[in-house]
Design a protein around this ligand. Sequence first.
Ligand code: HEM
Ligand SMILES: *[C@@H]1O[C@H](CO)[C@@H](O)[C@H](O)[C@H]1NC(C)=O
Ligand SMILES: *[C@@H]1O[C@H](CO)[C@@H](O)[C@H](O)[C@H]1NC(C)=O
Ligand SMILES: *[C@@H]1O[C@H](CO)[C@@H](O)[C@H](O)[C@H]1NC(C)=O
Length: 497
Amino acid sequence: MIEHISIMSFTLQVLIFSSLPFIFALLALKSYLSSSKHHKNLPPSPPKLPLIGNLHQLGSSPHRALQAMAQTYGPLMLLRLGSVPVLVASSVEAAREIMKTHDLIFASRPSLNIPSKIFYGLKDIGFAQYGEYWRQVKSIAVLHLLSNKRVQSYRQVREEEVDLMMKKIQKADESVVNLSELLVSLTNNVICRVALGKRYDGRKFKELFARTGALVGCFSVGSYIPSLRWVDRLSGLERKTDEVVKELDEFLEGVIDEHVSKKGERVEYEDLVDVLLDIQRDNRTGFKLQKDMIKAIILDLFIGGTDTTFTSLEWAIAELLQHPRAMKELQQEARKIGQGKSMIVEEDLEKMPYLKAVLKEVLRLHTPLPLLVPHESTQDVKVLGYDIPSGTQVYINAWAIARDPSKWEAPENFIPERFLNSSIDYKGFHFELLPFGAGRRGCPGIQFAVVVNELVLANLVYKFDLALMGQEGLDMSEINGLTVHKKCPILVSANPY
Ligand code: HEM
Ligand SMILES: *[C@@H]1O[C@H](CO)[C@@H](O)[C@H](O)[C@H]1NC(C)=O
Ligand SMILES: *[C@@H]1O[C@H](CO)[C@@H](O)[C@H](O)[C@H]1NC(C)=O
Ligand SMILES: *[C@@H]1O[C@H](CO)[C@@H](O)[C@H](O)[C@H]1NC(C)=O
């Protein structure tokens, strides 16, 4: 027994001594690795929990939570959401570095589970990863689908839909008008007629797109903690996504078939499906536009264009109702331009600086996508002196930047006048105001969105005196979905002017 033990300890000793060089080598390697990590200058990070990292700190209103965190950790923070490193930019300088100086390196998108299913394996524009494919489809959007000329060609659609909305309000005749509902319909009708050639205002269609939007905007555990992907299965998220994907595909298939077969009959105007089918037919773009790509792009325009536009209109009216002086100012401008005409038309908008200022102020205070759409870096890069590894997701807190007290006077107040003598606009060149993002990934739909917003607002205040129904003040609380929108609908009385 004793002998046995001594043999064992002897073997142990041999083992230890013979492996010493190996152990030393290992220790040396470890200290080398960790020292090289120390040379890396990572941005400040709040403490994290195991597995979920900082996920629990985002709460129900991530843009607000991140604004508060930036006050402690600074304009560039490195969080971990699940297993994903996420850089958060909360200052003009940080945003400019990411979307201008290093725009190319940050021009990709994270590949997220749900959008991947919905957009045919990320064949859309908004979620496609940076590369040749994205470049091709983005340029189709910029040159052919959302160009100034194309947007102008849909002028009649917009004016008809605005006119229709005004008539609905007139009919309500002193009784309560649910403006939120009318605005949802209007945005939906405009985008349907422009993209698909006709209105789809049935309940089933609206519901399908509401479900799609909710899914795109929702948080999937599996995208951040791959080992917990089963949670998405268990919670029904995967099943819901599969159902929506199937229904969407049937719908889009039908739309495309209709366009292919009825070609020539519909002479009224060329809608966006027509434009895409034309591009598919002649080889203008130098690459083959497949059917799935067309479907994904059309879907993108719906998801990207409807909620954002509707939300900004809703906030605009809410702010004007809260600020009677601004409402009056805008009304006077509109009534001077309108001069008794039946409606304000698109040429008139150029002569309405106060209207434009109101819209800027609304997008500043109520950035519909407060964190834009996440970017992702494709190389190691230095930002404001910090090392940012390749594959880092990036949130730009455009909402917080637009309320930065070092850049804006009285940032929390609604003051359209601040834009009257200012050269600041929202097109991506002024990093204090980024509702549409900036750089390569910037929104291609600015023109499209702005003209709808301006036309609706101008006509609403031109034709009606709006007043809140009964309530003292208006509930301005927000709720996070695909966009950050008003929690309560706007109910008003509308007296014709
Ligand atoms: C007020 C209305 C709108 C707002 C606030 C808005 C905002 C944005 C933002 C913040 C982004 C991401 C920018 C970034 O990642 O840096 C974006 C991208 C995009 N938007 Fe808009 N948008 C609006 C309207 C529209 C409309 C009307 C359309 C089309 C009909 C549209 C189509 C797109 C597309 C296709 C992208 C993806 C671009 C890319 O990833 O390369 N948007 N938008
Ligand atoms: C107003 O319209 C919104 C949006 O369609 C709807 O959710 C809400 O229930 C409506 N409210 C009233 C009081 O009609
Ligand atoms: C487009 O390319 C295909 C094959 O690549 C060819 O058959 C077709 O004729 C081309 N169409 C036009 C309009 O050039
Ligand atoms: C804007 O500038 C004009 C003259 O350039 C001046 O009359 C006006 O008071 C200014 N408005 C504001 C809001 O600063």
